[in-house]
Design a protein around this ligand. Structure first.
Ligand SMILES: Cc1ncc(COP(=O)(O)O)c(C=O)c1O
Length: 399
């Protein structure tokens, strides 16, 4: 079946909630994807921050194949070797007390929010509210949507769960004004991803930590997009030097397979009872085995130092472009291998133009183009991106 045939079938059978790029990718290698016509594309989306080790990384492929041959699923009624091996790695490397596994980022956040509410009820009797931030994104379940600070996700869904407060990222005074004594948790992305790559400041996260300590509020870092080496540290909280009470992970963790994780400290362990959480698939043997390979690779000496170096390089090159095209690019933001450039209202146009040149990036809005390459991207590939960006921005195509 050719591309047209697939598109026709999709239009006939799929609910049609996605705005898709017109390509069918059938293979991948390193940072390149190959479509059904054999064209290669440099990929700076990486499955939305998932394919950290690029495509076709053999140790990952082999580990998954081996595990498929062993056992595909048993449920959490039984012990699982891959799951405990992953738990050990995550707990030992993070310094957190325990971990719980889910299947996705939204679900990891749901679990974290439930745990915080258990804490609010069991420790303080009547704390149930949450504080989140404008421009955030936490998932597509009702609660995580309600905590997502972007109106467009709330349309036609009311009534959403209540007891949710919002403040602006990096405005500690506003947080203090909005907080009340019914709040059990604050949830924050150390770097807002879907909202357009907005990093928190170190002072802000420190301030949140202090506030939460003073009032015994649970601080949750949603590292679903910015964790797993993306910032140049295995966990984003390490980069900022601020330790939350709960960290949520997903996306890159499973090496392309669906897996989420919730890391918790002793405060949460102490109030948790058997039966508080459960999942049919969470921490499934194949996903867990795959995640072990990802963590082992990211933890290799020099891997994260290279991410930091390449991330600085990408950031510098984007900032140079912003100087060169100052009437078009209004801002460059990012950290590690997570960058965004603002060029309102041409962001979608730019991502389309790059797509035509077989470079994949995505526009998160009309304002912002986002770059989330595999962590194994090479400097030459960054150069290729920048050369193409320069060519497009210098072209007379701008209306
Ligand atoms: C910060 C953040 N949290 C949660 C989610 C939801 O993750 P999932 O799509 O795996 O449910 C996302 C997805 O983009 C995200 O970026």
């Amino acid at each position: 079946m050719d591309l047209e045939g697939i598109m026709e079938k999709e239009a006939r059978y799929h609910l049609g909630t996605y705005q898709r790029f017109p390509a069918v990718f059938e293979k991948g290698e390193g940072c390149y994807l190959f479509d059904s016509q054999g064209n290669s594309y440099l990929d700076l989306i990486s499955g939305i921050s998932v394919n950290l080790l690029g495509y076709g990384y053999l140790p990952l492929v082999r580990a998954i194949q081996e595990e498929v041959n062993n056992l595909i699923h048993v449920s959490n009624l039984f012990y699982s070797r891959p799951q405990v091996e992953l738990a050990e790695r995550l707990v030992e490397k993070s310094g957190f007390a325990r971990v719980f596994f889910s299947n996705s980022g939204a679900e990891a956040n749901e679990v974290a929010l439930k745990m915080a509410r258990f804490y609010g009820h069991r420790k303080h009797k009547d704390r149930y509210k949450y504080l989140s931030f404008y421009r955030s994104f936490h998932g597509r379940t009702f609660l995580t949507l309600a905590l997502t600070g972007q109106e467009k996700f709330h349309q036609d869904l009311d009534p959403l769960p209540d007891g949710i407060l919002f403040a602006s990222l990096n405005h500690l005074e506003e947080v203090e004004q909005v907080l009340d004594d019914k709040v059990c948790a604050i949830i924050v992305e150390p770097i807002q991803g879907e909202g357009g790559i907005y990093p928190s400041s170190v002072e802000f996260l420190r301030g949140l930590r202090q506030l939460c300590d003073q009032r015994d509020i649970i601080l949750i870092f949603d590292e679903v997009q910015c964790g797993m080496g993306r910032t140049g540290s295995l966990f984003a909280f390490e980069h900022f030097g601020v330790r939350p009470d709960i960290v949520t992970l997903a996306k890159g963790l499973g090496g392309g397979l669906p897996l989420g994780a919730v890391l918790v400290n002793d405060k949460i362990v102490e109030i948790t009872k058997k039966g508080d959480q459960g999942s049919t698939f969470g921490g499934n043997p194949i996903c867990a085995r795959s995640a072990c390979v990802v963590i082992d690779k990211i933890s290799e000496e020099d891997f994260l130092a290279e991410v930091r170096e390449k991330g600085n390089y990408l950031g510098e090159r984007l900032k140079q472009l912003a100087k060169q095209f100052s009437s078009l690019i209004t801002e460059v933001r990012g950290l590690g291998l997570m960058w965004g450039i603002d060029l309102p209202p041409h962001a979608r146009w730019l991502s389309q133009k790059l797509g035509e040149k077989r470079i994949l990036v995505n526009a998160v809005s009309d304002h912002t183009v986002r770059f989330l390459p595999p962590l194994v991207i090479k400097k030459e590939e960054i150069d290729l991106l920048v050369e193409n960006l320069e060519e497009i921005l210098a072209s007379s195509d701008w209306q």
